[in-house]
Design a protein around this ligand. Structure first.
Ligand code: MG
Ligand code: ZN
Length: 378
């Protein structure tokens, strides 16, 4: 029975869908002092929910450019705890998104291209699967295809990131409760003639897609699972009219909170900051960065009200060797790139909520998995 409408959510979404809400920073500050401060030797407070936001290719310069082009303001500034992670992979100082996401998802350094498998191609359990095992609700939202390296590494186990159809089939092996992203064709137009779109429906998912209806029009039931495809292949860029990251994330939080009393794990990816870096296109990076930050603001609002949610924002790596050069002005940047691939920079980690303090300092990218696992331990 499809029952629950998102009318109320829609109304609140429309009303706050304009600009970053800077007033919220005062409340956040009062709250973080309570949530992030505990004495040395004390066990950090445990969150009920974890929301991990990954800005693919989002190094310090991508963040800086987004901030200077957004009236010198980002929601990221509201985070009380900031750390840095070492992004290198098992065999390369410069990682790719598959090894980077597998490090976050499973706590292992693996080879570039690996999806949820270790350096010997052995499958490794992911934080999403651990959460699912413990009865938490789980979800993913991405602005790439849902089978692309970053989301794939949280649910699939394949030796190559290019095995999109095999990765899609792995979605049938873990009961993820909510997902939104592109890549419908890997589910319903496959070489093996399986129709995973239909299989999801048979497995008690409400499934819909961009061709049938807009995401906002979908009728969800808290009791069923939910999958929505935003494109056949890659979703559009923000500059071409894509605007679902904010809504899908907001829907995801509401849905998952109501789906299990035990809490939830949600991964949200701003996938295309990386693609702007590969294209050496500063405007592309900046528009994607600001879109991602707007979603971060909404997640922080949820976490503030909820009080039991750990929010972590990070990136897998930097892309482009992006720089802001001399003669730049606020709102008018002179940028440059050193490469059309990734770099080996240290990557910032932002944390808010119960357990946030664990994320200060400098550590390996794999430590993000271990810290999340510790936070989930009961
Ligand atoms: Mg990605
Ligand atoms: Zn990339």
């Amino acid at each position: 029975m499809k029952q629950i409408l998102f009318i109320l959510m829609l109304l609140s979404w429309v009303s706050c869908n304009t600009q970053i809400d800077n007033d919220a920073s005062v409340e956040v500050e009062a709250d973080w002092k309570r949530l992030a401060s505990y004495k040395a030797g004390e066990t950090p407070p445990k969150p009920k929910n974890i929301i991990l936001l990954i800005g693919d290719g989002m190094g310090v310069t991508q963040i800086s450019a987004g901030m200077y082009m957004n009236n010198n303001k980002l929601n990221l500034e509201k985070f009380p705890v900031v750390g840095l992670h070492k992004s290198y992979s098992h065999d390369k100082l410069v990682t790719d998104s598959a090894a980077g996401a597998t490090a976050f998802a499973s706590g292992v350094k693996t080879y570039n291209g690996a999806i949820g498998v270790d350096a010997d191609t052995i499958p490794v359990k992911t934080i999403l699967e651990i959460a699912e095992d413990r009865g938490l609700a789980t979800g993913m939202v991405a602005t790439s295809t849902i089978v692309h390296a970053t989301p794939a590494s949280f649910i699939a186990h394949q030796k190559s990131r290019k095995m999109y159809e095999e990765i899609a089939a792995d979605f049938m092996n873990t009961e993820i409760d909510f997902f939104v992203g592109g890549g419908k064709r890997y589910f319903d137009r496959r070489a093996d003639d399986r129709n995973l779109y239909q299989e999801l429906q048979d497995n008690d998912y409400v499934v819909s897609d961009y061709f049938k209806e807009d995401l906002i029009q979908c009728e969800l039931s808290w009791k069923k699972n939910f999958a929505y495809f935003t494109a056949d292949n890659d979703p559009l860029q923000v500059s071409q009219g894509r605007d679902y990251l904010f809504l899908a994330s907001k829907m995801g939080m509401a849905f998952l909170r109501n789906h299990s009393e035990k809490g939830f794990f949600l991964m949200i990816e701003g996938s295309q900051i990386d693609w702007g870096g590969h294209a050496n296109d500063a405007d592309y990076i900046i528009s994607e960065m600001i879109d991602f930050d707007r979603t971060i603001g909404e997640v922080l609002k949820f976490a503030e009200k909820d009080g039991e949610t750990l929010v972590i924002v990070t990136a897998d790596h930097e892309t482009g060797g992006f720089a802001i050069n001399q003669e730049s002005e606020m709102g008018n940047l002179k940028t440059a790139f050193t490469t059309d691939y990734h770099t080996a920079d240290l990557i910032p980690v932002f944390a808010y909520g119960p357990g946030a303090q664990m994320f200060s300092g400098i550590y390996e990218n794999t430590a993000i998995f271990h810290k999340m696992k510790k936070a989930l331990a009961r």
